[in-house]
Design a protein around this ligand. Structure first.
Ligand code: ADP
Length: 463
């Protein structure tokens, strides 16, 4: 039986074309084809493989308008967000890989100790084999394509399963790889949801790169552990944004508004907990309220924020806000959940008078909600920020850079930005990834290419 994935524009409710789901029975064939294609692809010189990546970039640039349109239709994002935060970082990642992969992945001579004098030692980077990439719906292009191209550059073949929530983008990705002319089956795209994802995970990949929820990440890790399949898991976050009284208040407030509400908060490194030093707390609240109420919601070029993408996510946001209001939180901006309409838009919400046990403070909300919490001392705020199951990104806002470095070093987090937010992912030379429930492993940077290869040690004697 043929199953179809429905593509619905969440902002308008418009039903677009349906995408045919990959059949579970086809999974075996995907792996067979991927392993067959690996024979040749893995033996190409890196420089030859990078030619295909360059072509991919040209195809993306040629199809940029259509690509942005498809992302907007699938997610309900505003067009600027699709361009700036999904397409551009993907192009930038391709550029960085094309520029540096050869150097990073070529054999490296290492020192030979006295004991082995006269011999040569070096490290080679051997592709792992077939890499399975499972990707989410919030940045449906970038979070699928970046791991795929990193794995391909290293000589692996790839099976990608994009999110069923954004099937048009998934189909578009398949088409751009085809147009770029990659050899047959070097990259295959499987369309479908949880069942297809689970069947692919059980299908014996040599590496799994997963981006998505903590729950699914743990399921995948369990399956992978039984077969000793290595994984990278890019999961959720509950990022703290810490504002000290000596910060540029206006800049910090605008940063918080941007960090909490961009993409309607559907960002793994959204600012989801705003800690503000007590003496500036009221002033800060006034500015964030004023800035938030200027935001335009909609889907056209002038809009600042679009809709929620996934109906299930809107329900989670609703539940978190309801729980907070029932436990005594104060609504500073936005409307209470019982006044929300049936659309996928949620007016940005600011909450005060919060307690650490409220869902909105301790669980990932993944929506346009900004909880603002006062603190008294540096020691206290470090403790509060670290009191979380997550540790993806954090930001510190202060004019005292010594203090900024001190606090940054003590935060249990994959990245920390100072007087900035959401930018850690913009530098492809930096590693990106989480601590605790935010995930395992790093990508981008040198590490992001090396994870897809075995490091092989070779010792050479002239004999
Ligand atoms: P969300 O609920 O935010 O969509 P998920 O973690 O469920 O996050 O989804 C992220 C990706 O993981 C999607 O591509 C989805 O289809 C896939 N997925 C969901 N469940 C499983 C599973 N059990 N095994 C493999 N992949 C899965």
């Amino acid at each position: 039986m043929m199953t179809l994935l429905e593509a619905v524009n969440p902002a308008t409710g418009e039903h677009m074309e349906d995408i045919q789901e990959t059949k579970i029975e086809e999974v075996e064939l995907y792996y067979y084809q991927a392993r067959t294609a690996f024979e040749k692809w893995s033996r190409l010189a890196i420089s030859e493989r990078l030619i295909y990546l360059k072509k991919l970039k040209s195809v993306m640039v040629e199809n940029m308008d259509r690509l942005a349109q498809v992302i907007v239709q699938d997610t309900g994002k505003v067009p600027t967000e699709a361009l700036v935060a999904d397409i551009m970082p993907t192009l930038d990642a391709i550029t960085t890989i094309v520029k540096h992969a050869e150097k990073i992945l070529s054999p490296k001579r290492v020192k030979t100790p006295l004991l082995l004098i006269g011999k040569k030692s070096y490290v080679e980077y051997m592709p792992r084999g077939v890499v399975l990439v499972i990707s989410p719906w919030n940045y449906p292009l970038q979070l699928a394509v970046v791991p795929v191209i990193s794995a391909l550059a290293g000589g692996n073949t790839v099976i990608l399963k994009p999110s069923e929530v954004t099937p048009l983008v998934g189909k578009f990705i398949e088409e751009i790889f085809q147009k770029a002319g990659f050899p047959k089956d070097v990259i295959q795209v499987a369309h479908g949801g949880k069942e297809v994802g689970a069947a692919l995970t059980a299908g014996n990949p040599d590496y799994i790169f997963f981006t998505g929820s903590v729950g699914t990440g743990k399921i995948i890790q369990e399956v992978a552990a039984k077969k000793l399949i290595p994984t990278t898991l890019e999961l959720g976050g509950k990022d703290p944004l810490i504002v000290f009284k000596d910060a540029n208040l206006k800049r910090a407030a605008k940063g918080a508004v941007w960090g909490a509400f961009t993409n309607s908060g559907q960002v793994c490194m959204s600012a989801e907990r705003i800690y503000v030093e007590e003496s500036i707390y009221d002033d800060f609240l006034n500015i964030v309220k004023e800035e938030t109420e200027k935001l335009i919601q909609g889907t056209n070029e002038d809009s600042d924020i679009g809709s929620m993408t996934f109906p299930k996510q809107k329900e989670i946001v609703k539940q978190h806000v309801k729980d907070a209001l029932e436990k005594g939180a104060v609504l500073v901006s936005g409307s209470p959940p019982d006044k929300w309409d049936d659309s996928m838009f949620i007016q940005p919400i600011i909450l005060a008078n919060l307690k650490q046990d409220m869902e909105v403070v301790c669980e990932e909300t993944f929506g346009p909600v900004m909880p603002v919490i006062p603190f008294k001392t540096e020691e206290e705020v470090i403790k509060l920020a670290n009191e979380s199951n997550y540790g993806l990104n954090a930001s510190v806002w202060t004019s005292d850079l010594k203090k900024a470095r001190r606090v940054a070093s003590r935060l249990v987090s994959g990245a920390v930005t100072v007087n900035e937010v959401l930018v850690s992912v913009a530098n492809h030379y930096l590693p990106f990834g989480g601590t605790k429930d935010s995930g395992i492993g790093r990508y981008h940077s040198e590490e992001g290419l090396k994870i897809f290869c075995h490091e092989k040690a070779i010792i050479l004697d002239r004999g």
